[in-house]
Write a protein that binds this ligand. Structure first.
Ligand code: NAD
Length: 506
């Protein structure tokens, strides 16, 4: 294997489409040579022209010198056939997502490149094992999964199939770094790291919708305003498109042999089948105008009627630094020492729904207004009530919060509310990935932050919520819903019980 720092290190790229062009561009930016081939007449030359255009744009923006641009351009060539790849050190395949086509290309390449050249695939969903299986030397086959748009997305997943030589994966990581990317290592598994770890955000939001807990606008508002996500799960599903995220959800779910943790909901399938794909069809979870603006009226903000409450009773004795106590102070709600029998009762159930919480504490469920203080309440506060609750109490508490300049989202009963439940589900899936040894805890965190813009990685999220809290939320979700989907990952359970940091290796 030629050293990856060699000035003449050459990367062959098969497929000059969206991804192939991006991979060529970052290869050149890393000071290497790139050669590009496409089966469609003229496509490789068109890809080369597009890469040249992007390089020119960088010069116009003063982000690249004219001399460096010329050097980069001189290092990109077009192959007339795969035979021109004979001198490549690594070939990255980025053609259509069809196993038979990829197998054919890998078979052809094996007879062309040197014995020690690496063959990598940019597949999003096919097992590396299936592609390597028909190769003469499967040890040199690995995944190198870039994200779109390649020059802007720093992450690259280096995927080791069961037969991949670790030295091959190590060299691909170094190559990724030379391309200016941040590599993470992952074992061959459905969805690899980002598409697997990202499932919880979509599918748990869809579950909340299915349970009638909250609407898409409400769930999105809670996640963006209280939890620091850049986009809510429904807006994100509409952006990526149901034609992408529904099939990926199914590939991951079926790939893990119908593990309930990864199950999506019938509504997801329905939108996909109805062609309500999201922004691209101007209709998905929300409706969009010609300019791509969401035109569905938002019902995220609750508009209370009636006067604000001035006094509340606390379901559990508040402690001075308690987040619920602090919120009451901030919105001017006096906490009564003794129950006056008429004021709203507020409480923060951790993992319980309002129904179970009221019954456990022996308080009147009609007067209970549950307040989610697990997340940031500076902009928005989530309030939850049990079925049959007296709306006057909800209105009175909501009015006091709204008067303080905060928005209120009023949701139906849910174990773990929305903010806590969503983050616990994301954290639990991250822990399950660590438990299965698919990647290191730090790579799991890094991949989801870089690949999906998460405010923190899933394991970091478990740390932020508190391991005990995360475990309790998952246990109660499992108990109350009776759904195995919520079974706590053993990785989480053991570290929570032992009082160890979540990143502690096994
Ligand atoms: P694309 O359709 O833009 O480009 C594919 C190119 O491959 C086309 O130019 C086509 O002519 C060419 N091609 C098809 N068969 C060929 C063959 N036998 N030999 C040579 N060239 C051939 O597709 P894309 O979006 O660039 O995706 C390519 C691969 O990257 C797929 O495996 C996809 O799953 C994966 N991927 C895509 C994205 C994305 O967001 N687009 C992200 C990550 C990974």
């Amino acid at each position: 294997m030629r050293d990856v720092t060699d000035p003449d290190y050459t990367v062959g790229i098969v497929g000059a489409g969206v991804m192939g062009q991006g991979i060529a561009q970052v290869t050149l930016a890393g000071g290497m040579r790139a050669i590009i081939f496409d089966a469609k007449d003229g496509a490789a030359a068109a890809g080369q022209a597009e890469v040249f255009k992007r390089i020119d744009r960088l010069v116009e923006k003063d982000r690249l010198s004219a001399a460096d641009a010329d050097t980069q351009k001189a290092r990109l060539s077009v192959a007339a056939s795969l035979a021109d790849f004979a001198g490549c050190d690594t070939v990255v395949e980025a053609v259509v997502e069809k196993l038979e086509v990829k197998r054919q290309i890998f078979g052809d390449l094996e007879d062309i490149v040197a014995e020690n050249a690496i063959l990598a695939t940019n597949t999003s969903s096919l097992p590396i094992a299936s592609i390597a299986r028909t190769c003469r030397v499967p040890g040199r086959v690995a995944g190198m999964h870039f994200f779109n748009p390649v020059p802007l997305m720093r992450l690259v997943e280096i995927i080791e199939g069961p037969a991949t030589d670790p030295a091959v994966a190590a060299q691909l990581s170094e190559l990724g770094k030379r391309m200016g990317r941040t590599p993470v290592s992952v074992k061959d598994s459905p969805g690899f790291l980002v598409n697997l770890g990202g499932r919880a955000y979509y599918t748990e939001a869809l579950r909340l919708l299915d349970e009638g807990v909250a609407t898409p606008s409400q769930i999105d508002a809670i996640l963006t305003d209280c939890c620091g996500f850049r986009m809510g799960p429904f807006a994100l599903m509409d952006l990526t498109g149901m034609d992408v995220n529904y099939p990926v959800s199914m590939i991951v779910y079926e790939g893990f042999l119908n593990d309930r943790r990864l199950a999506t909901t019938p509504r997801h399938k329905l939108l996909y089948e109805a062609g309500r794909l999201g922004r691209k069809t101007k209709a998905g979870h929300f409706d969009y105008d010609e300019a791509g603006k969401n035109v569905t009226p938002s019902d995220a903000d609750y508009a209370p009627s009636g006067a604000p409450a001035s006094k509340v009773v606390c379901a559990e004795a508040p402690d001075e630094p308690d987040a619920l106590f602090a919120l009451c102070q901030a919105v001017g709600l006096e906490i009564l020492e003794d129950d006056d029998g008429t004021s709203p009762i507020i409480g923060y159930p951790v993992g319980d729904d309002a129904t179970s919480y009221a019954l456990e504490l022996g308080i009147d469920p009609k007067r209970l207004v549950a307040v989610d203080v697990s997340a940031d309440t500076a902009k928005r506060v989530t309030l939850m009530t049990a079925p049959g609750a007296d709306p006057a109490h909800l209105d009175a508490v909501a009015a006091a919060i709204v008067a303080s300049g905060r928005a209120v989202t009023a949701i139906k009963d849910s174990p773990g509310f929305v903010a806590l439940r969503m983050r616990a589900a994301i954290a639990n899936l991250g822990c399950a990935i660590a438990e299965a040894g698919l990647a290191t805890p730090s790579d799991i965190d890094l991949a989801l932050k870089l690949g999906l813009n998460y405010p923190m990685g899933p394991l970091e999220m478990a740390g932020e919520l508190g391991l005990e809290t995360t475990l309790v939320v998952m246990e109660l979700l499992q108990e109350i819903t009776g759904d195995d989907r919520y079974r706590p990952a053993l990785w989480l359970r053991r570290r929570a019980l032992l009082g160890l940091p979540i990143h502690t290796p096994s």
